[in-house]
Design a protein around this ligand. Structure first.
Ligand code: HEC
Ligand code: HEC
Ligand code: HEC
Ligand code: HEC
Ligand code: HEC
Ligand code: HEC
Ligand code: HEC
Length: 465
């Protein structure tokens, strides 16, 4: 050690002496904080490093569909990994392509903001708006913190790790010593029940193996996936986007779309029709007070108005022609085959048929009721029983219209729905979690006197639930 260093150490010791023990303590704290920071930074930079895909176990690789689906199998049970890109490679970034079809005039909800500000602002909070969105820090649920970012399947050799690196969110699949990553790019689901994730490989859209469910904040296998496998080649068909998006340009072959064409969310134009003409006209004619080039569902005949909602809330319906051919004002039967009970039973669409259930109600039969007697599509009104009950009383006048009124301890006006539209778990929304099956409950839209529901409600009041 040279003199300068000795001198520096000497000064340091003296300084410590002068400032006493407290200063030592303070320095130790500072050192500790610095070490912690360093360790954190190191961990972060380790995270930031993109792992080069290691080689998969070679003798297990099979090219299932030449050039399209690769399979890395497990000998024991026939399961394994399914990916639409060669093992050892990564999904190819989507390239922007020229759309195959002319956009019939969808412009996206941002274009409505300047003239319909309030509706636009309140709409951002709805499940319709959120039902498909880009993945980013503020939209994605679930933990990416080491320790709670993994999902171990029943096969000890197969697990998933959820990775947040820079702006990217990825699922990393671990199979024996091999691992590879798939980016999460689009969220499907408003988070009411769940979020599932989509990614692009070229112009193909695929679903991830791991889904997040809101109940219990858990990573699970996507509905219908087999535990212990890693399926990343499940294509996202048109019908799926038709119910969860506003617009997309379909390129054929099941799941190929023009990446730049997507308008995410079920937004304004799915209920009002493509608005390009409307927007252009009113920008040029600022004084015009009568709307041009747009459909107001309130002006449509009852069944025609309800058919708008029925595109997505009318049970399993198979497309007759092209996706998105239905326009507000059209009839469902001209675009879809009627709902099929058998298909429904096979759990092909995870939604109940509100259109059909509601139509069986006396309320519906003996009035001109439509969906918007109770639902305002421009506001998030979820869970507001009192508000929904006030909508019942638009027709029923007062709580004393209820044949069960009065009952000690029951605030009728605050809750007409739990007794007459009970929430029931549905097989159709079965989600398998680590702790067992989850059946998110849905409201039965067949409004009627329901004794079981009333009994349950009353026993809940008496603390026997
Ligand atoms: C440049 C202004 C402007 C823009 C942009 C605009 N609108 Fe309008 N819109 C109007 C005017 C003006 C009316 C007529 C007055 C009213 O009902 O508010 C109207 C009325 C409407 C109506 C009611 C129609 C009726 O017959 O009662 C709907 C629905 C509508 N607009 C939807 C949209 C949607 C969806 C968008 C975005 C894609 C949009 N508007 C963008 C100006 C605009
Ligand atoms: C017929 C229309 C329809 C089709 C097709 C459809 N969905 Fe849905 N989906 C819905 C509706 C409606 C809900 C909400 C459940 C309800 O209230 O009935 C929903 C709920 C969901 C949820 C949970 C959202 C939440 O509330 O948190 C996810 C995730 C989802 N769908 C993904 C998909 C995927 C992936 C596909 C294609 C494989 C698909 N859906 C096909 C209509 C549809
Ligand atoms: C799920 C379907 C649906 C979506 C999505 C939707 N609307 Fe509507 N909208 C309706 C229905 C139904 C009516 C008629 C009943 C009513 O007034 O609420 C309506 C009425 C309107 C009206 C005319 C009535 C009024 O109060 O001025 C305007 C303007 C409008 N919507 C704009 C929008 C805009 C802008 C968006 C997107 C930010 C949007 N809507 C999203 C279904 C929808
Ligand atoms: C293009 C498909 C589509 C159309 C059209 C559509 N919906 Fe929906 N709706 C959905 C999907 C998908 C969800 C589930 C969103 C989620 O949770 O991810 C949903 C959710 C809802 C919800 C639950 C909202 C919540 O916060 O729990 C209500 C209520 C609803 N829709 C009513 C309507 C009504 C009324 C109409 C017609 C005016 C309509 N929808 C039209 C697709 C559609
Ligand atoms: C658009 C008007 C309208 C609305 C809104 C409405 N109802 Fe009705 N409802 C009726 C009519 C009309 C009848 C048949 C005559 C009667 O029993 O009063 C009826 C009948 C009923 C019945 C008797 C059913 C039977 O099978 O005898 C119940 C229970 C009921 N409604 C509950 C409700 C509840 C709960 C709501 C709110 C979630 C509601 N209604 C909203 C119009 C409506
Ligand atoms: C008489 C009132 C009433 C009518 C009419 C009505 N709904 Fe509902 N709906 C409700 C209530 C109450 C809920 C529960 C809302 C909540 O708690 O957030 C609900 C919930 C929903 C949900 C969310 C899923 C669930 O079960 O929680 C969807 C989707 C929906 N309704 C669609 C429709 C459609 C489509 C129509 C027309 C065919 C319709 N509703 C007509 C009262 C009504
Ligand atoms: C605690 C459960 C419960 C609640 C809360 C409740 N109801 Fe009822 N309702 C019943 C039962 C049970 C009946 C059947 C009574 C009978 O026939 O003796 C009934 C009957 C009715 C009927 C049919 C009337 C008749 O005599 O045919 C209507 C309409 C009705 N209710 C509307 C409402 C409305 C509107 C609300 C909210 C203000 C409401 N109910 C709240 C349990 C309930």
């Amino acid at each position: 050690m040279n003199f300068k260093r000795w001198f520096a150490l000497f000064v340091f010791v003296m300084l410590v002496g002068w400032f006493g023990y407290d200063a030592m303590e303070k320095k130790r704290d500072e050192d500790r904080a610095r070490d912690l920071r360093n360790a954190q930074q190191q961990r972060k930079s380790r995270e930031m490093k993109v792992p080069t895909p290691s080689k998969p176990p070679g003798d297990m690789v099979v090219n299932l569909t030449p050039g399209k689906v690769w399979f890395v199998g497990k000998y024991e049970d026939g399961g394994g990994i399914e990916i639409p890109f060669p093992p050892g490679e990564s999904p190819e970034k989507s390239v922007d392509l020229t759309p195959l079809h002319d956009n019939p005039g969808y412009v996206g909800p941002e274009q409505c903001q300047e003239c319909h500000r309030e509706k636009y602002q309140s709409f951002l909070a709805t499940a319709h708006y959120k039902t498909s969105r880009p993945v980013n820090e503020s939209t994605i649920d679930g933990s990416f913190t080491p320790g709670s970012n993994t999902f171990q399947t029943s096969d000890p050799h197969m697990s998933f790790e959820m990775v947040h690196r820079g702006d990217e969110f990825l699922q990393r699949v671990h199979f024996f010593n091999w691992s590879f990553e798939v980016p999460m790019e689009i969220i499907m689901g408003s988070s009411k029940m769940a979020q599932t994730y989509l990614y692009w490989h070229k112009d193909g859209l695929y679903q991830h193996n791991v889904t997040h469910i809101t109940d219990g904040d858990q990573w699970i296998n996507s509905p219908g996936y087999i535990d212990g496998d890693a399926a990343y080649a499940r294509p996202i068909p048109q019908r799926c986007l038709e119910c969860h998006l506003t617009y997309f340009d379909y390129r054929g072959e099941k799941n190929r779309y023009t990446p730049g064409s997507l308008i995410l969310g079920v937004t304004c134009e799915r209920c009002h029709g493509p608005a390009k003409q409307h927007v252009e006209y009113h920008r040029e004619n600022q004084d015009a007070r009568d709307a041009v080039g747009i459909t107001n569902p309130a002006d449509l005949e009852r069944q025609v108005q309800m058919d708008i909602c029925g595109q997505c809330h009318g049970g399993t319906r198979v497309l007759k022609g092209d996706a998105l051919s239905f326009q507000p004002g059209d009839r469902l039967e001209n675009h879809y085959d009627p709902p099929d009970d058998e298909l429904d039973a096979k759990n092909s669409v995870h939604t109940s048929n509100q259109l059909n259930r509601l139509a069986q109600s006396a309320c519906f039969e003996q009035s001109q009721m439509t969906c918007i007697d109770c639902h305002d599509p421009h506001h998030n009104e979820r869970g507001n029983r009192k508000l929904f009950s006030s909508r019942c009383m638009n027709c029923h006048e007062s709580e004393s219209d209820c044949g069960f009124f009065p009952q000690a301890g029951v605030d009728f006006a605050a809750n007409c729905v739990d007794c007459h539209m009970p929430q029931r778990p549905t097989e159709k929304l079965r989600l398998k979690s680590v702790e067992g099956d989850v059946f998110p409950p849905l409201r039965d839209h067949y409004i009627r006197v329901d004794e079981a529901a009333t009994e349950q409600f009353m026993s809940g009041l008496n603390g026997q639930d």
